[in-house]
Design a protein around this ligand. Structure first.
Ligand code: FMN
Length: 142
C-alpha cells in the first residue's frame, strides 16, 4: 500500500478557509465529537483537522449510531483529515523531514481540545507531552 505524502501546511495556507484543530481526548463526552463537527458544518469556509488520543478513538469505533466510526467522521463536511499518534511516525523521521505537530501548528488558526479528559488535563498542567494532542498543545505555548 502506498503511504500518503506527509502533511505540509504550506500546501493548504491559501485555501481561503479558517483552519480549526479539533482535538479530543478520552471521555464519555467524546461521543459528542460528531455533533460538534456537524454543528460546524454551517460554516463552509472552515477546514477541520481532528486529533484523537488512542482513548478518544476507542469511543468512536462505530459501536452505536451515536458513536460512528472514524472512517465515517472523516467524511463529514469540513473534515479535512483525522490525525492519530501513529501519523507522527508514519515514516521513520530523518533530519530535514517535516514534523506533523509542527506542520499542524503552522496550518491552524485555532486549537480546541474538547473534551479534555482528567488525564490529559493533568498531563498539560504538569507539562507532560507524550502523544500528538499534547505535542500539539506544547506548540501553542511557544
Ligand atoms: C468507558 C470509559 C469512560 C470514561 N469517561 C471518562 C470521562 O468522562 N472523563 C475522564 O476524564 N476520563 C474518562 N475515562 C478515563 C479516560 O479515558 C482515561 O483516563 C484515559 O487514559 C484518557 O486518555 P487520554 O487523556 O490520553 O485521552 C473513561 C474511561 C472509560 C473506559
Amino acid at each position: 500500500m502506498n503511504t500518503p505524502p506527509p502533511f505540509k501546511a504550506s500546501d493548504h495556507l491559501n485555501d481561503g478557509k479558517h483552519h480549526l484543530l479539533l482535538a479530543a481526548t478520552g471521555s464519555v463526552a467524546t461521543i459528542k465529537l460528531p455533533n460538534i463537527v456537524s454543528a460546524l458544518s454551517q460554516h463552509p469556509n472552515l477546514s477541520i483537522r481532528i486529533l484523537l488520543t488512542d482513548s478518544a478513538a476507542a469511543f468512536l469505533q462505530g459501536q452505536s449510531p451515536e458513536q460512528p466510526s472514524l472512517a465515517h467522521i472523516a467524511t463529514l463536511p469540513n473534515v479535512a483529515a483525522i490525525h492519530r499518534d501513529a501519523d507522527e511516525w508514519r515514516k521513520p523521521w530523518v533530519r530535514g523531514d517535516s514534523i506533523l505537530h509542527i506542520e499542524l501548528r503552522r496550518w491552524a488558526d485555532l486549537l480546541v481540545i474538547a473534551p479534555l479528559s482528567a488525564n490529559s488535563l493533568a498531563k498539560i498542567a504538569l507539562g507532560m507531552s507524550d502523544n500528538l494532542v499534547t505535542h500539539e498543545w506544547e506548540r501553542w505555548l511557544n
